[in-house]
Design a protein around this ligand. Structure first.
Ligand SMILES: *Cc1c(COP(=O)(O)O)cnc(C)c1O
Length: 220
């Protein structure tokens, strides 16, 4: 069943759009099923769950941390994490850098922006991002790489609203590309989930994070 779902989802997205299979709350056995089809990118949103799954599963899986990350927990994922999608403070970025250095790695990060109307969704404003990039200590962060932006739209059937929010993230991305602290690694626009990824792709997403459409509905 997982294989069929993956095939269906992959058919529905263009080749240049990268798929992250969001496996949060789902058992190891289902992740293994997806892995056995050749899929390597998986997303989790809780540190403990991510660490447990990483230990059990093949080491060529690329793990994406897509949830809210507290600075004091970076150390648990720093040895292996492929990409951290939810960077929303300089403090967190500094800690990721410190842990990256310990493990002699450069950790890929995305800046998370607040584009939704809901106040519960985390993220930076454009001005907050500029403040991070222009922090006097930013040039010292040699063990992180800012690879793009991430955002979540309002959970809504109002297509016009969702399109507008995705558009705002695309616009932020385009403005940031020109910033002097931004490098050639800055390429990713991570937006779109099971219910809205087609709209996100219309607005320029090149990385979608899809869970329930692959693994089935979550009970939570
Ligand atoms: C859970 C989650 C997803 C996937 O959600 P689905 O609706 O199941 O596709 C994507 N992004 C983030 C940040 C999530 O927490």
């Amino acid at each position: 069943m997982i294989e069929e779902n993956l095939i269906q989802v992959k058919k529905s997205i263009p080749n240049n759009v990268h798929l992250i299979a969001v496996s949060k709350t789902k058992p190891i056995s289902l992740i293994r099923e997806a892995y056995n089809t050749g899929h390597l990118d998986f997303g989790e949103n809780k540190v403990q769950e991510l660490v447990n799954k990483q230990a059990e599963l093949p080491k060529d899986i690329r793990w994406h941390m897509i949830g809210h990350l507290q600075s004091n927990k970076v150390k648990y994922i720093a040895p292996f994490i492929h990409m951290i999608h939810g960077v929303e403070s300089f403090k967190l970025l500094k800690e990721i850098n410190k842990q990256g250095k310990k493990h002699n790695r450069v950790i890929k990060c995305l800046l998370q922006f607040h584009i939704a109307q809901e106040t519960t969704k985390f993220g930076l404003s454009y001005q907050d991002a500029i403040a991070i990039l222009e922090n006097e200590l930013y040039p010292e962060l040699q063990n992180i790489s800012i690879c793009g932006v991430m955002g979540m739209a309002t959970f809504s059937n109002d297509e016009a609203l969702v399109l507008k929010e995705f558009d705002s993230l695309k616009e932020i991305f385009t403005k940031l590309v020109a910033h002097s602290s931004i490098t050639n690694d800055f390429k990713i626009i991570s937006m779109g989930m099971s219910n809205d990824y087609e709209l996100a792709i219309q607005k320029g997403s090149n990385m979608v994070r899809i869970g329930s459409k692959i693994f089935g509905a979550r009970i939570n």
